[in-house]
Design a protein around this ligand. Structure first.
Ligand code: NAG
Ligand code: NAG
Ligand code: NAG
Ligand code: NAG
Ligand code: NAG
Length: 327
């Protein structure tokens, strides 16, 4: 299993040791008590996360093992990518609309640029029409308010474009929780410079077949996969309707019940074979910077196994978490 389907763990403490590539003999491993990042092995940092009280810090995995270290010759649906839930909703964010702190939940600590540098390859973004533009917003009722508005989407799209420019072998997937009208997103995607990386809907397998090989997506420079939650946009704008291609379990607390991996309401059944990609949500309804330390460890691995079984023996291709890294 590990050879082919890489499990990407966020702050995995207890079980990640089995997933590690061997590091220098002297470097501390996942779960070892540490005092500084430098003491921990490659891909680890010294974090209070899961330190078990007493102020101890432990070596914690923040950057996943790059799936491409196992080669790029498999279909895209044979890889697993670390994905951030509400990638744009940064703790302490100031709304670009008001200049004041946003009044809404936040789900990550570092910028999308930093997330990408740390190996995140799936981004969940909520897009809204706001101020005559498309904004990233964490709101309710499909309407963005100035106090729930983070920033114009183009800013983050340009961060993604900069990363794809600088890293010609990397593939990024965006999941849009999309509240925008027809016509809004194409303008922003065009203006962001991302269209040159667009993976066309026409190449996505329609009835559960394999995706193109990762190496072919890279060589053809079709390195941006975008899904929208709005069905009509596939025909009208060429943005793939997520649930034609992806099955997804329940998000929030409903997706954290041990031993269960129910589909979210919009998704086909987890074992539907008409979709070739599996996304596993694993985060609590109320995001918690302290709670993730425990949850993104053994419980996450347990849920991977549960969702693997529920999804017709397929490992999740996208593992979506809150606070994938906690400073
Ligand atoms: C790739 O994924 C397909 C579909 O889940 C599976 O049948 C196949 O065994 C996988 N191949 C490898 C090499 O892991
Ligand atoms: C936010 O929008 C409301 C109207 O919906 C307005 O009254 C208020 O001044 C705005 N706040 C800021 C800081 O722009
Ligand atoms: C986006 O760019 C394409 C190609 O340049 C163009 O055909 C299309 O009209 C543009 N769409 C929008 C909404 O600007
Ligand atoms: C997906 O889950 C919802 C409950 O949220 C359920 O009503 C629906 O029937 C499920 N779809 C399938 C195909 O199982
Ligand atoms: C998971 O997160 C919840 C909410 O923050 C927390 O109460 C719970 O203790 C966490 N679970 C583990 C195993 O740490």
């Amino acid at each position: 299993m590990m050879a082919r389907r890489l499990l990407l763990l966020a702050a995995a403490a207890s079980l990640a040791a089995t997933l590690l590539l061997p590091g220098p003999a002297t470097a501390l491993q996942v779960g070892d008590t540490c005092s500084a990042d430098a003491a921990c092995g490659s891909g680890l940092h010294c974090s209070a996360c899961g330190g078990g009280g007493g102020g101890d810090r432990i070596c914690t995995r923040a950057a996943p093992i790059d799936p491409a270290t196992h080669g790029t010759g498999l279909p895209f649906n044979n890889y697993s990518w670390l994905t951030t839930h509400n990638s744009f909703a940064l703790a302490g964010a100031v709304s670009a609309a008001t200049g004041q702190a946003v009044i809404t939940q936040t789900n990550q600590e570092d910028t999308v640029t930093a997330q990408l540098k740390n190996g995140v390859r799936g981004l969940m973004l909520d897009t809204y029409d706001f101020n005559n533009d498309v904004w990233l917003c964490h709101s309710f009722g499909g309407i963005c308010y100035n106090f729930t508005a983070f920033q114009p989407a183009i800013n983050v799209f340009k961060e993604i474009q900069t990363f794809l420019d600088a890293n010609p072998s990397e593939v990024i997937t965006i999941f849009l929780e999309d509240y925008t009208a027809i016509g809004s997103l194409p303008k922003v995607f065009n203006a962001s410079g991302l269209m040159k990386y667009w993976f066309p809907v026409a190449k996505m397998p329609k009835s559960g077949g394999n995706w193109p090989l990762l190496k072919d997506m890279i060589s053809q420079n079709q390195r941006l996969v975008v899904f929208t939650s709005k069905k009509s946009k596939e025909a009208s704008e060429g943005i793939a309707y997520e649930w034609n291609y992806v099955v997804e379990n329940q998000y929030g607390d409903g997706g954290m019940v041990e031993g269960q991996c129910p589909n979210r309401s919009e998704s086909p059944a987890m074992d539907s074979k008409s979709q070739s990609l599996v996304l596993m949500n694993f985060f609590t309804t109320d995001p918690s910077q302290t709670g993730v330390c425990g949850n993104n460890s053994a419980p996450l691995v347990s849920m991977l196994k549960t969702c693997h079984a529920a999804s017709g023996n397929r490992w999740p291709n996208f593992i979506a978490v809150d606070f994938y890294m906690v400073q």
